[in-house]
Design a protein around this ligand. Structure first.
Ligand SMILES: [Fe+2]
Ligand SMILES: [Fe+2]
Length: 170
């Protein structure tokens, strides 16, 4: 049974998050197989590790939904977008991770405004994970392209600046 105080918007964020996380599982799992087919064993292994990470996120969301008395009902998985190179796959993944970051940022902001402390912490933790994932993907792509990423663009106010700052420090 749904807890009386449950914020419907929080449930909405959880539902969208589950759909996106499960879509990420489908996407990265497909890419791991594709990379393996291309003979790129190391990237395939790394992608497979990302599948596990996204699956972990999906599990955390399902657990949270159950705690609210809600049955998970993700019914709309995103179709997988294929590519012809590792760089193409990673560029697509960057967009995907940005969407996750955006969703978790919105959810965190909402919970902060509504004074939902526990929910805010929950979404904030996922936000941090996806932000880190995004930054790692960015770095991977830059290494792959063999430059500092000057032609890679990010929407304003994103981790790009932080990422470059961190690079400069190291
Ligand atoms: Fe995730
Ligand atoms: Fe991710």
């Amino acid at each position: 049974m749904l807890a009386a105080h449950t914020d419907q918007r929080v449930l909405g964020y959880l539902g969208r998050a589950l759909s996106l996380e499960l879509s990420a599982v489908q996407l990265y799992s497909t890419q791991a197989r594709l990379l393996s087919t291309w003979g790129l064993a190391e990237p395939a292994e790394r992608m497979q590790a990302e599948v596990q990470e996204e699956l972990g996120h999906a599990n955390r969301i399902i657990e949270r939904m159950l705690a609210f008395g809600v049955a998970p009902g993700a019914s709309q998985l995103r179709p997988v977008k294929l590519g012809r190179s590792l760089a193409e796959l990673l560029e697509n993944n960057l967009l995907f991770e940005r969407e996750l970051v955006g969703l978790y940022r919105d959810a965190t902001t909402h919970c902060a405004r509504a004074g939902q402390h526990d929910d805010r912490l929950f979404f904030e933790s996922l936000l941090n994970d996806e932000q880190t994932h995004h930054d790692e993907l960015m770095k991977w792509l830059e290494e792959l392209k063999g430059h500092t990423g000057s032609d890679l663009t990010l929407p304003s106010g994103t981790s790009r600046t932080r990422h470059l700052r961190r690079e400069r420090r190291s």
